[in-house]
Write a protein that binds this ligand. Structure first.
Ligand SMILES: NC(=O)c1ccc[n+]([C@@H]2O[C@H](COP(=O)([O-])OP(=O)(O)OC[C@H]3O[C@@H](n4cnc5c(N)ncnc54)[C@H](OP(=O)(O)O)[C@@H]3O)[C@@H](O)[C@H]2O)c1
Length: 275
């Protein structure tokens, strides 16, 4: 019997939003495959709690887990946090940008501040983190960058006029970067998670218009662990688009073709809710 080969042994993974939900679920799988981790988020207590949970999953005593407090929307903060992570744990083999927010509502009821903040966190927060790891990845000629978008980054959904554009923007960024970074040995992936049972989804449900609730109720809700497994598989098999499950796979491959049918179907749902 040979010894188990750990997929990410001694690799350094940096995960923004690693203290909760999808980011934390991916962190758990990575630590069980031998990775060193740097998790980044704002709330120190949640970070410490996540770090404790991750420490308990280490498979060897050489593994290190750092918890760094930073707001991804503040370029200086996230850049400094990533610099500190690289100084302590070495080459960043993997960057996963899971930090994100979603505040649904009717277009004119969403404040301008929310539109700005959503773009700052979801889009620019991702962009800043990528710019912070790239010099090191380019120097070594290797790395994996994994952006977390959403099914709402493939089709615009009723009630998501602040969130969907920020996730579409990530798709544009990932598609543009993929070809540019490939010759440098750096792989880019983009993830389109379906609705996933996390604190973010609980918070979203508080402000979702009834029409949005009825539309999203038509799709299956995933566990963060299920999404995390799809992400790990996507990294290992070098998939560009990681679309967990059949619904997201069809949406990823066929969204333009499906759009008229989906528009018709969603309009019917909205009509029913309004009557
Ligand atoms: N849950 C879903 O149904 C779903 C579906 C599709 C896509 N997604 C996407 O998946 C990603 C993870 O979402 P989730 O559902 O796992 O949410 P979550 O459980 O609420 O976790 C979000 C994480 O991001 C961190 N975060 C939020 N704002 C931040 C900021 N400005 N700076 C640094 N960290 C920040 C949070 O920690 P702090 O608050 O302490 O900073 C937390 O660690 C998001 O990008 C989300 O849009 C989620």
């Amino acid at each position: 019997m040979g010894q188990k080969q750990y997929k990410f042994n001694q690799q350094h993974a940096i995960i923004t939003g690693g203290s909760s939900g999808i980011g934390k679920a991916v962190a758990k799988l990575l630590v069980q495959e031998g990775a060193n981790l740097s998790i980044i988020a704002r709330n120190k207590a949640k970070l410490d709690q996540a770090r404790t949970e991750l420490q308990a999953l280490k498979i060897n005593s050489q593994q290190s887990i750092l918890a760094l407090a930073a707001d991804v929307a503040k370029e200086e903060e996230i850049t400094q946090a990533i610099k500190n992570a690289i100084a302590k744990l070495g080459h960043p083999h993997i960057l996963i940008t899971s930090a994100g927010i979603a505040i649904p509502g009717y277009f004119m009821e969403i404040t301008r501040a929310v539109f700005n903040r959503t773009m700052e966190v979801n889009y620019f927060g991702t962009l800043y983190a990528i710019r912070a790891v790239l010099p090191a990845m380019e120097r070594e000629g290797k790395g994996n960058i994994v952006l977390i978008s959403s099914g709402a980054g493939l089709i615009g959904l009723y009630g998501y006029s602040a969130y969907s554009p920020s996730k579409f923007a990530l798709r544009g960024l990932a598609e543009s970067l993929r070809g540019e970074l490939k010759p440098k040995g750096i792989k880019v992936s983009i993830v389109y998670p379906p609705d996933t049972d996390t604190p973010q989804l609980v918070a979203e449900n508080k402000t979702k218009p009834p029409e949005t609730k009825a539309i999203t109720a038509t799709a299956e809700t995933w566990s963060p662990e299920g999404v995390a497994q799809a992400i790990i598989k996507g990294i290992v098999t070098s998939q560009f688009a990681i679309a967990p499950g059949l619904e997201m796979t069809l949406l990823d491959r066929l969204h333009s073709i499906l759009r008229p049918v989906l528009n018709w179907y969603f309009d019917k749902i909205v009509e029913k809710v309004k009557n």
